[in-house]
Ligand binder design. Structure first.
Ligand code: FAD
Length: 329
């Protein structure tokens, strides 16, 4: 298959060896772009055990999946992943390289774009083809406006938020999966001396269907344990605005917003959060927003679908208890 000029999705694996849901969603977006441009859709995935995830990508619309294989690609290493990708991108440059706006995508794509002197649009919430050109949409001014950008170099790169693309359903007719060995430089300039798994990994925040977030008005760590209880009943994850993270009530991995994570759950429950633009830019794509705040004039009520004016210490326990009863039934 001719890979040059294609739409290429840089896919990621989750811990159980499956393809990350954002990567499957990117195949949906990639398919739309590829059909409009009349090109093909490929995917690339790295790791020493990428074949299962590769098969999944092939069933979800990738015409060809390249699994770049090397024992040193087992876990993310910026230089090694960069080298592995550069060889492939130089030999068959795609028209567009799409990656998730994830920790990996945000770290790797700028490195690749710099090495190849090619244009990169980050944090996209949309991409479309107009007049044969790919146009990318991204929030600007703290999420108060959307900018449309085009890349003027032959190859374009973009990191895309979760839930922007629609995951294509699996198909009987799968694309081709190829495993390629890669040459990696030795020695490298950066040595990974340890990896630490951060707390709150029950449900990755960016992928959670429900996010229950707390703000400064939670008043301390104790409030966050109540949020965790509610989040676990709803099968979701706990988020936070910046002040609780700065105060150490919640880990940095929980921060939602312009300098935190971007989430797009079906349901976002904002508890004791005022609704600053910096926070809203991380959760404005949520399906439904519910706010609990004791200040009836809090800005969060202007962007929420449902609002409860009251002290969370009264509202939250009764809400959680009622939900527990409902779930029992
Ligand atoms: C460069 C920069 C980057 C930033 N990045 C981020 C970011 O990524 N994410 C982020 O969130 N912020 C970010 N901020 C901070 C942001 O500007 C706001 O300060 C922050 O979002 C406010 O958080 P908050 O709503 O929890 O707190 P506050 O604005 O203090 O609001 C607390 C709310 O809690 C309510 N409340 C108090 N007690 C109760 C109670 N008992 N029951 C119910 N409600 C109660 C109050 O009425 C109030 O509305 C950034 C700021 C800067 C300058």
């Amino acid at each position: 298959m001719e890979r040059s000029g294609n739409i290429l999705v840089l896919a990621e694996m989750v811990e159980n060896g499956k393809a990350a849901s954002i990567s499957i969603e990117l195949l949906g977006l990639g398919r739309t772009l590829a059909d409009c441009l009349g090109t093909g859709l490929s995917a690339v995935i790295m790791g020493d055990e990428a074949s299962e995830a590769g098969g999944e990508l092939a069933r979800h619309g990738a015409e060809e999946v390249l699994c770049l294989h090397h024992p040193r690609l087992k876990a993310y290493h910026p230089e090694l992943y960069q080298q592995a990708m550069l060889g492939m991108l130089r030999s068959s440059p795609p028209r567009v390289l799409l990656a998730g706006h994830t920790a990996l995508g945000q770290d790797l794509l700028p490195r690749l774009a710099f090495s190849l002197s090619c244009g990169l649009v980050t944090d996209c919430v949309g991409a479309r083809v107009e007049g044969g050109e790919v146009l990318f949409t991204r929030p600007v001014y703290g999420g108060n406006a959307l900018a449309t950008q085009r890349v003027t170099t032959a190859m374009a790169m973009a990191t895309v938020r979760a839930r922007v693309g629609e995951a294509p359903p699996p198909s009987e007719k799968a694309g081709e999966v190829r495993t390629l060995g890669v040459d990696l430089p030795d020695p490298v300039r950066l040595e990974v001396t340890g990896r630490e798994t951060l707390e709150y990994r029950e449900c990755p925040l960016e992928e959670a269907p429900v996010v229950v977030s707390g703000g400064r008005g939670m008043g301390g760590e104790e409030g966050f344990s109540q949020l965790r209880e509610l989040a676990s009943l709803l099968g979701g994850a706990v988020g936070a605005s910046r002040p609780p993270v700065d105060a150490g009530w919640a880990p940095t991995t929980c921060q939602v917003g312009i300098t935190g994570k971007v989430v797009a759950p079906d349901l976002y429950i904002a508890v004791a959060i005022s609704g600053s633009t910096q926070h809203l830019s991380g959760m404005s794509e949520a399906g439904k927003i519910v706010a609990i705040n004791k200040d009836p004039d809090a800005y969060i009520f202007k962007v929420s679908d449902y609002g409860v004016v009251g002290d969370w210490k009264q509202v939250l326990p009764s809400f959680t208890a009622a939900l527990r009863e409902m779930l029992k039934e």
